[in-house]
Design a binder for this molecule. Structure first.
Ligand code: GAP
Length: 552
């Protein structure tokens, strides 16, 4: 709770904003801002501060007392290479711009990220099913979708520093070099789809494309999926998979690459069908930057997404709903809500298929950038495929009406960008100890637990190995018997292992072990037989660490 307090200093009155903050069992009051000498001004300022910090955000801030250490995107890339997460692709030959290889920890992290996305968007819902389409498909798909003719950028090169980039057609006259601010030279139109040929003999072969988005396979399979899964509107079809774009200037680590994974949902409704879930998003506050504010150079304002819909800043309830759900996905996995904002595309930047588009943007080290797109594609795609394939895409409603569904929202997220967010949010460098801790949500951590026998004797090592064997049937675990215990903790902290299990001098006798929590360094002692179940509950965040056993 925040309130204004008046203080008298040397006979003069000053106003401050004070907050009640819970610390353990106690509630303490802290001054959080100076509001000036005038009460009316103070009230205005207090309102502004409260607007910027919704109750949810204040709560979140208290949880994240330990803010992550700020690093550049290059430092993050170096860290990922050093620790075995991500390497430049084919580095022994000098790498290849826009392509990255994932090491053991990186591929585990990516798998966990995709699993978390699948669980939240598909497993936990009645209305979304998944597909897995092929990377190369009939090239007519890309003609129908408009990608062959409409997915075109202008290649540009800076007249001064020769930095290469791409711009949309409408930006050509105004765009300035992102490196040095000088003018660009137009190098001509460019379609970022990678081409390939199908068939071994060049003359007989067919030109085909590597898909530039996963979405189109959802549209081409739409009728089959709808009928097989017996789906009724509103419903969604989701897909996780590779996409390829021949980016002119791949850069900023995984932010802009030529090969990347997308996690996309096409959400279909009957035209104008209301969102039955919109009440769920009440009290979800996020910074909002609509088209008008951008035109008038105004800053983003913190708003309740439901209110933004009611005020028609966000035009449809579905758009507001999906922005809220995606924002929630990130924050539930530990991201700081203050680092996100929703920005509406200006009419000039919208894609060829979109009626209205919003981006969930993230405050990356290089500034606010698109993390995830939310386009309202209307009936553009189904109509195009219906016309080009001469196959009806209409479905029959329970009332017997034949309709062509509309994609009211397409939440589309790149795995690489999501990965950067979670790595930045969890990276902590302790200057005094010169150690790194990756405070990843345990669900995302590549290794869930590390098992250490403290004493180098068969009795302890055998017990540790037996525990390890049992845990490994369910979790990815490390075994480490070398070096000091501090060193073993440090090795696991820096790759994000949330729990370290030690078999100490009392373990064989008492059949118990200790678990150490990465974030707090607290330890509990529990019986070996309870370990697997406890670990599962801790990873799924069903219990607090202190409740899981006897704190020692
Ligand atoms: N189906 C819609 C679509 O593909 P998009 O805005 O071009 O829309 C969606 O891409 C998301 O895919 C982006 O928000 C971003 O997260 C990711 N993405 C797009 N291009 C990318 C690239 N070159 N490198 C990494 N991620 C990319």
């Amino acid at each position: 709770m925040a309130f204004i307090v008046k203080k008298k200093i040397s006979g003069k009155e000053y106003y401050y904003l004070q907050k009640s903050i819970r610390e353990g069992d106690k509630v303490k009051s802290k001054v959080v801002a100076y509001l000036g000498k005038d009460l009316q001004e103070a009230e205005k300022k207090a309102e502004q501060i409260k607007m910027q910090e919704s109750p949810k955000q204040i709560e979140k801030k208290q949880e994240t007392i330990n803010e992550p250490t700020e690093i550049t995107i290059e430092e993050l890339a170096n860290f990922c290479k050093r620790k075995g997460f991500i390497y430049p692709s084919g580095e022994i030959y000098g790498g290849l711009g826009g392509f990255w290889d994932f090491g053991h920890l990186g591929s585990e992290l990516v798998n966990n990220l995709k699993k978390a996305w699948h669980n939240y968007h598909i497993q936990q819902r009645d209305d979304i099913v998944a597909i897995d389409g092929s990377i190369i498909t009939n090239p007519k798909v890309w003609e129908a979708s408009g990608h062959v003719s409409g997915f075109v950028d202008i290649a540009v090169e800076c007249k001064k520093c020769h930095h290469k980039s791409k711009v949309d057609k409408h930006e050509l006259d105004t765009a300035k070099c992102d490196k040095c601010g000088s003018e660009y030279e137009n190098k001509g139109e460019f379609n970022p789809m990678f081409t390939t040929q199908i068939g071994p003999i060049k003359e007989d072969s067919t030109k085909a494309y590597l898909r530039p988005e996963t979405a189109q396979l959802i549209f081409t399979n739409f009728k089959l999926v709808q009928e097989n899964a017996r789906l009724q509107l509103p419903f969604g079809i989701a897909q996780i998979g590779k996409a390829f774009r021949n980016e002119i200037s791949p850069r900023e680590f995984l932010f802009r690459t030529r090969e990347f994974d997308q996690m996309e949902i096409e959400y279909f409704i009957e035209p104008n069908q209301p969102c039955p879930y919109v009440d769920e998003i009440k009290d979800t506050h996020i910074l909002i930057l609509d088209e008008n504010s951008q035109k008038e150079n105004k800053p983003a304002i913190l708003m309740d997404l439901y209110e933004a819909y009611k005020k028609k800043i966000i035009k449809t309830d579905w758009h507001a709903y999906w922005i809220a759900k995606e924002f929630e996905w990130f924050t539930k996995l530990g991201a700081n809500p203050n680092n996100f904002r929703a920005r509406q595309h200006t009419s000039k930047e919208k894609s060829h298929y979109a009626i209205d588009t919003w981006d969930l943007e993230y405050n990356f080290p290089m500034g606010w950038r698109e993390l995830q797109g939310f386009a309202n594609r209307g009936d553009f795609d189904l109509k195009q495929h219906q016309e080009h394939s001469k196959t009806s895409m209409e479905i029959t409603t329970p009332e017997g009406k034949k309709i062509l569904p509309h994609v009211v929202c397409e939440p589309s997220l790149g795995v690489g960008r999501a990965l950067i967010v979670f790595l930045l949010e969890s990276y902590h460098f302790n200057k005094e100890k010169n150690t790194t801790i990756l405070k990843l949500n345990p669900k995302l951590s590549p290794v869930k637990a590390a098992v250490f026998p403290i004493i180098k004797k068969p009795e302890y090592e055998d017990m540790a190995k037996e525990i390890l064997k049992d845990l490994r049937t369910e979790f990815n675990c490390n075994y480490d018997k070398s070096g000091s215990i501090g060193r073993r903790y440090a090795r696991n902290d820096e790759i994000g292992t949330p729990y370290c299990i030690t078999i100490d001098e009392n373990s064989p006798k008492n059949q118990d072990i200790t678990i150490r929590d990465r974030n707090t360094e607290k330890q509990i002692r529990i019986k070996t037989k309870d370990l697997k179940n406890t670990l599962r509950k801790l990873i799924n965040q069903e219990i607090q660490f202190e409740e899981a056993g006897k704190v020692i």
